[in-house]
Each structure stands twice: as structure tokens, then as C-alpha cells.
Design a binder for this molecule. Sequence first.
Ligand SMILES: NC(=O)c1ccc[n+]([C@@H]2O[C@H](COP(=O)([O-])OP(=O)(O)OC[C@H]3O[C@@H](n4cnc5c(N)ncnc54)[C@H](OP(=O)(O)O)[C@@H]3O)[C@@H](O)[C@H]2O)c1
Length: 318
Amino acid sequence: MKAWRVAALGEPRDVMRLEEVADPVPGPGQLLVRVLGAAANFPDVLMCRGLYQVKPPLPFTPGVELCGEVVETGQRVIGSPSGGFGAFAEYALMDAGNAWPVPEGMPDEKAAALYLTYQTGHVGLHRRANLQPGEWLLVHAGAGGVGSAAIQLGKAAGARVIATAGGARKVEVCRELGADHVVDYTAEDFVPVVKEVTGGHGADVVYDPVGGDVFDRSRKCIAFEGRLVVVGFTSGRIPEAPANHVLVKNYSVVGLHWGLYRTKEPSLIASTHQALTELVESGQVDPLVSEVLPLDQAPRALAKLADRSTVGKVVLVP
Ligand SMILES: NC(=O)c1ccc[n+]([C@@H]2O[C@H](COP(=O)([O-])OP(=O)(O)OC[C@H]3O[C@@H](n4cnc5c(N)ncnc54)[C@H](OP(=O)(O)O)[C@@H]3O)[C@@H](O)[C@H]2O)c1
């Protein structure tokens, strides 16, 4: 089969090679799936650079989420490949206990984008941040993969959603996703806008995949008893919150490492998948897939993600 391989670490477009490799052979408890769609995610970029928390031995096949057809049964499933990577290929292995049925009638490309960012968003907003109806939710990088999922999930939870995004096109995307207010944070400071829109209350929950200055500024407009969810660091800088500031303003900094629940509490992944399936069926969740590209375009997809030019998800189809 054809599979993308990374034999040395670096920028995806420099280090990814499309190779002919042996088809994977399922071991006990594993499924062989034909990949129908594999979504590109920022962690793929970080993994190629060797900067992700998961550091696969070289060479490895990137790709952390997929929609596939189980070769033995023909059932369509979504999830991560066994071991957490390996989706950018014609076939992949999945753990049978971690392959989730595609909601009825959902197209392959959309299903390929329903797993990682939506699971993260649902667990982050509900389990970690305890988001309540009517609360103010501030979603950073709202037009991105993680952000677009959080806007839809925030609205579905009955929150009032303020999104930030870089540039006019992304601002429009956030509006279309359902955000109530959107700030172009590359042109305007979001802090006074959040204060004004919330009538001085601030954001009850901040969902932050960007880190750096965006995290620092978020601490200036978080509400009393607010929850600042640490999702990622696409800005490239890991920020710090002074404990005295957390104390004086009475807010919480909440870590989110969704992948840990796969081993710590697998039943949460199952119940979250069920909740997401119902949200798809009721039309409240509809993953934004902005581009569907052939598998041989994988380095291009990751380069676009890295240079900030994607919205929603880009999905690769073998
Ligand atoms: N905690 C978890 O369990 C978990 C799970 C999944 C993903 N994540 C993390 O969530 C983050 C987002 O992942 P994603 O796949 O959804 O990516 P993405 O949001 O689709 O793309 C990254 C976005 O970050 C923003 N950004 C700000 N500064 C940037 C910079 N210097 N370089 C690149 N992008 C920058 C850009 O939006 P603007 O142009 O609008 O600023 C860009 O579109 C990643 O850090 C990922 O590792 C965490």
C-alpha cells in the first residue's frame, strides 16, 4: 500500500515521503481498516517536527484521526490508528475497542473530522470546564479545527460564544459557525471587546489552543470563578499564570489532555461519542471541512496548517 513516511524530523514538506510499504497485519484486538478519509491536525505538524508529546520511533506514518471501512465487516468507523498515528496511508490498524461507528448518513470526509477535535472540545468544555447554559465562552483561533468544533459545541451547550480569529475571512467563518461575537485578534485587542460585550462580566470559560500572548491577555478578561482551559500552544510559546493572579481574581487554569482519557477512563470516550452522534443527528454539530485533497497532497495540507492558512479541517482521501 501507499503510506506517507517520516524518517527524519523537520518541516512536514521537507521530511515526508510517499512510499510503497507492506499492508499492516492486525494483531489481537486490532482491526484492519481501509482509510476513507484522514483529517490533518496540528499535532501532525508537531509530530513531524519532533515537538509533540507523542514521539514515534522513526520512520513513522503520520495521521492521528481517520474514517475507515473495516475490511472484514465493511462497517464505517472513526477514531485514531492503533498507537495514535498512521492514518496518512491507504490502510491502517485500529484498536477494536477504540473504533466508533460513523453516525448514520454522515459523509466520509465529515466523519473523518468528528473524532479528535470534537472529543477534545466536548470533554474540555463539559468535563473539564463545566460550561453552563447562558455562560460566556471565549474560543480562540475559532476558525481552526479545534476552535470550530468548540464554537459549535459551545452553542449546542447553550453558551454565549465570543470567538477570536486571524483575519477577515476567518472572522466570517466563525460567524457562520454560530459565534455570537467575533474579534479579529490580529487587528484588535480582544480584552476590551470581551469586557464590553459581556457588560464587564468577562468570559466564564476561555478555550485556548493558541497559548503565548493570547493566554496572557485572556487572564485580563476572565470572569470571577472563570475557567481558562489550556488546550494547546499553536503560537509556539508556552505561557505561565502567576499564582497570585489566579488567587486575586478567583479563576482556575484547567489543563486538558484529552488523549489521557483513552487509558484513564475509556468509558468517557464512549459516552462522548454517543453525545456527539446525537448532536450530529440533531444538526447542532456539522464539522467544517474546507478542503478535501488526495492523499498525495498530505505535505501541502500540513504546510497550510502550519502557516495558518486553513479554516476548519482539511481531509485527505486515498
Ligand atoms: N489538549 C488536547 O487534548 C488537544 C487535542 C487536540 C488538539 N490540541 C491542540 O490544539 C491546537 C490546535 O490544533 P488544530 O489541529 O485545531 O489546529 P488549527 O486550530 O486548525 O490551526 C492552528 C490555528 O492556530 C492559530 N495560530 C495562532 N498563532 C499561530 C502560529 N504562530 N502558527 C500557527 N497557527 C497559529 C491559527 O488561527 P488564527 O490565524 O485564527 O490565529 C491557526 O489556524 C494544537 O496546539 C493542538 O496540538 C490539543
